[in-house]
Design a binder for this molecule. Structure first.
Ligand SMILES: NC(=O)c1ccc[n+]([C@@H]2O[C@H](COP(=O)([O-])OP(=O)(O)OC[C@H]3O[C@@H](n4cnc5c(N)ncnc54)[C@H](OP(=O)(O)O)[C@@H]3O)[C@@H](O)[C@H]2O)c1
Length: 261
C-alpha cells in the first residue's frame, strides 16, 4: 500500500487526505501546526494516522505532500530535509517553484509541484503537475493520488503562474459570475432563492454540456438570431465582459509571478 504523508490538513491537504482515506488504497499519516486539527482528522477518518510532528510524517511515508501556506513551506522543508532520501516531496503551494524547494533538500531529491483548486473538496478539482528530473519517476503515482480529488494533467512549470490564475483562482471567478447573475435576477423581481437555484442549475448543467462540446457551440445553440441571448451577449461585450476576463487572468498571472519572487 502506498504510504502517503500529508503535512497541513487545511482546505487542500484535508480534502486530499479525506479522499485518499476513503479510497482505502493508501496508508496515511498527517500532521498540522494546529495539532488538534490533525488529531481530530485522524479520529474522523479510517486508516489515517496522526503524527505529532512533521518529521514523523516524513519518516513514515514514501510520498510527502506539503500542503501549508507558501510562506510556511521553507520552514517545513528545513524540518524534514534529513528524512526525504529515496522519497518524493510534493508541494501544492502557489508560487513556490521547484528550484526553491529542491534547494532546501539534499541534492537529487525528487520534487513535484501540483497546483490544485478548491473544487478538490467535492472531488471535482482540477490540477496540474510538474516534476524535476528525479521526481519524474513519481509522476504516475502522484497523478493517481490527485486523481482522487479531480482531473490531473501534466504541465511545464513555466506555465504554472498562468494555470494558477486560470483554475487555481477560477472558482472565485465563477462564484463572482454566479453572484452577479443572482443579483441581476433579483433586480428583475425574481425571489432570491429561486434566482439562486436557477443560476446554480444553469452553471451545473452548462458544465455538463461543455464536457463534450466547445464553448462556442453551446453559445451558438442558445443564441437564436435576433433573440434575447444575442441582445444580452452584445450588451455584455459592449460593457467589456471578455476584456475584463482577460485583464483579470493577466493580473492574477502577474501577481503569482510577483509572489514567487
Ligand atoms: N485554497 C485554495 O484554493 C488553493 C488552491 C491552490 C493551491 N493552494 C495552496 O495550497 C496550500 C494550502 O492552502 P490551504 O488553502 O489548504 O491552506 P490552509 O487551509 O490554511 O491549510 C494549511 C494548513 O497547514 C498548517 N500548517 C501551517 N504551518 C505548518 C507547519 N509548519 N507544519 C504543519 N502544518 C502547518 C496550517 O495550520 P494553522 O492554520 O494552524 O497555521 C493549516 O491547517 C497553499 O500553499 C496554497 O497556496 C490553495
Amino acid at each position: 500500500m502506498e504510504r502517503v504523508g500529508i503535512i497541513g490538513v487545511g482546505r487542500i491537504g484535508g480534502s486530499l487526505a479525506a479522499r485518499l482515506a476513503a479510497s482505502g488504497e493508501f496508508e496515511l499519516t498527517v500532521s498540522d501546526a494546529y495539532e488538534e486539527q490533525a488529531r481530530r482528522f485522524s479520529q474522523e477518518h479510517q486508516r489515517v494516522r496522526f503524527a505529532s510532528d512533521n518529521l514523523e510524517v516524513a519518516h513514515s511515508s514514501d510520498v510527502i505532500v506539503v500542503a501549508v501556506k507558501p510562506w510556511d513551506v521553507a520552514m517545513v522543508l528545513e524540518g524534514i530535509a534529513g528524512e526525504v532520501g529515496g522519497k518524493a516531496i510534493v508541494s501544492v503551494a502557489a508560487g513556490v517553484q521547484i528550484p526553491a524547494i529542491s534547494g532546501r533538500l539534499p541534492e537529487g531529491a525528487a520534487v513535484l509541484r501540483v497546483m490544485p483548486n478548491v473544487c478538490a473538496a467535492v472531488g471535482r478539482g482540477s490540477a496540474v503537475v510538474a516534476a524535476n528530473e528525479a521526481g519524474e519517476a513519481y509522476l504516475p503515482r502522484v497523478m493517481k493520488m490527485f486523481g482522487h480529488v479531480g482531473d490531473v494533467m501534466e504541465l511545464p512549470e513555466r506555465l504554472f503562474d498562468a494555470a494558477t490564475a486560470l483554475h487555481g483562482s477560477g472558482p472565485a471567478y465563477v462564484a463572482l459570475f454566479a453572484d452577479s447573475l443572482v443579483q441581476a435576477g433579483v433586480r428583475a423581481g425574481i425571489p432570491r432563492e429561486v434566482a439562486r437555484r436557477l443560476v446554480n442549475g444553469t452553471i451545473e448543467g452548462t458544465a455538463v454540456l461543455l464536457k463534450d462540446r466547445a464553448a462556442h457551440q453551446v453559445r451558438d445553440e442558445v443564441m437564436t438570431p435576433g433573440g434575447t441571448t444575442a441582445a444580452a451577449l452584445v450588451a455584455m461585450e459592449k460593457a467589456g465582459f471578455v476584456g475584463a476576463i482577460h485583464d483579470g487572468v493577466e493580473a492574477a498571472t502577474e501577481q503569482s509571478r510577483r509572489l514567487a519572487g
